[in-house]
Design a binder for this molecule. Structure first.
Ligand code: 8YV
Length: 351
């Protein structure tokens, strides 16, 4: 009798040539059109497969896996995985993985691009030019804030935060301050040119504050009205992490009333919907979650997710040992009947 191959579902069109590598090992169900799934649609898909390769738009929790007895592996294409209920996956013995490292420098590039566009009013200037307003030019048109020589604040000092610190310290001569749940080793601080401070000091001293921390209940709305009130009115705020880290209504209010100079947002609480209060502002740069969106990096993310998925299904070069598993210890504990403590390995330094 022919051996049955595992069945794998891929939730979105990604890079077909990379995804097709899966077809050498598994029965592959690809998706050829961008699809927004309801929880019931996800549950239907997951009920039929051994493994799934998904993006952050697919939220997987207890309801989505309730009828998926043979599901063993979920590969998330992204470093952040707040779309996954890791405890529920661990309890069900499902090995989850993400795609760290391959996107670090590309996402740090975008963080810096957004910082510069925000501080120097790049998109606002372009809108003004296209509107035919250049004839109104004065010596004080579109004055922004300097980046070189200013103080860069970084909240969340994982790999991407460190990449931003390096760019600021080495490329632009900035004084770089950071806050993180755990302080970096002194040698790393020296290498990236950053100094650890308490959160209130970071808020008070940053001329430009970049948010790069993972989203979790403890970081929900960490930048709220009270935090914004501690920042300099001349400061800029950049968020490339997750929308829910910022109270967007408080931010819109601060920007509208001159309590903060400008903001650059790549992530939003209600993605893909952007609040009208943000869209109405001029002193804000808005991009549609493009942090990792370079050709090379998005391909590398899919490649790593493919390797993770195959390995989690016991196939391919890393069989049984996915390069970036999130909950390997917890799944092993469930399988051997040992107690587990939530099954998460993440912390700020993993980003
Ligand atoms: C997304 C991201 O993965 O990696 C992350 O955590 O936010 C992005 O790189 C990307 O937008 C694809 O969903």
């Amino acid at each position: 009798m022919a051996e049955t191959r595992p069945r794998v579902w891929v939730s979105q069109p990604l890079f077909d040539d990379v995804i097709e590598q899966l077809g050498q090992h598994v029965e592959l169900a690809m998706t050829h059109e961008v699809t927004r799934y309801t929880p019931a649609m996800l549950a239907d898909q997951l009920a039929q497969v051994d493994g799934a390769l998904i993006t952050l738009n697919e939220r997987i929790g207890p309801a989505e896996i309730a009828n998926a007895p043979q599901l063993r592996a979920i590969a998330n294409v992204g470093v952040g995985y707040n779309n996954l209920d890791v405890s529920a996956l661990s309890a069900a013995g499902i090995l989850a993985s993400n795609t760290p490292d391959v996107l670090t420098e590309t996402t740090a590039d975008l963080g810096f691009a957004l910082l510069m566009a925000t501080a120097r009013r790049i998109t606002e200037s372009e809108r003004w030019l296209r509107d035919g307003q250049w004839g109104q030019w004065s010596f004080q048109t579109m004055l922004g804030a300097d980046i070189h020589g200013s103080t860069l604040g970084i909240l969340g000092m994982g790999r991407i935060g460190q990449g931003i610190a390096r760019r600021g310290a080495l490329g632009f001569g900035m004084r770089v301050l950071y806050h993180n749940r755990s302080r970096l080793p002194e040698a790393t601080e020296a290498e990236v040119g950053a100094q650890y401070v308490e959160l209130d000091t970071l808020l008070a001293q940053a001329d430009h504050l970049v948010l790069v921390l993972p989203y979790s209940p403890s970081s929900h709305h960490i930048i709220d009205a009270a935090a914004l009130a501690k920042m300099k009115p001349s400061a800029t705020l950049v968020n490339i992490a997750r929308g829910g880290i910022v109270d967007e209504l408080a931010l819109a209010d601060a920007l509208a009333h001159g309590r903060l100079a400008a903001a650059g947002l790549d992530v939003f609480e209600g993605e893909p919907t952007v609040r009208p209060e943000l869209l109405a502002l001029h002193n804000i740069v808005l991009t549609p979650h493009i942090g990792s969106a370079s050709q090379a990096t998005r391909r590398a993310m899919v490649q790593l997710a493919v390797e993770n998925l195959l390995a989690a299904l016991g196939l391919g070069a890393n069989a049984g040992n996915p390069p970036s598993a999130i909950n390997a210890d917890a799944v092993a504990a469930v399988k051997t009947g040992a107690a587990t403590v939530g099954g998460k390995k993440t912390d700020d330094a993993k980003r």
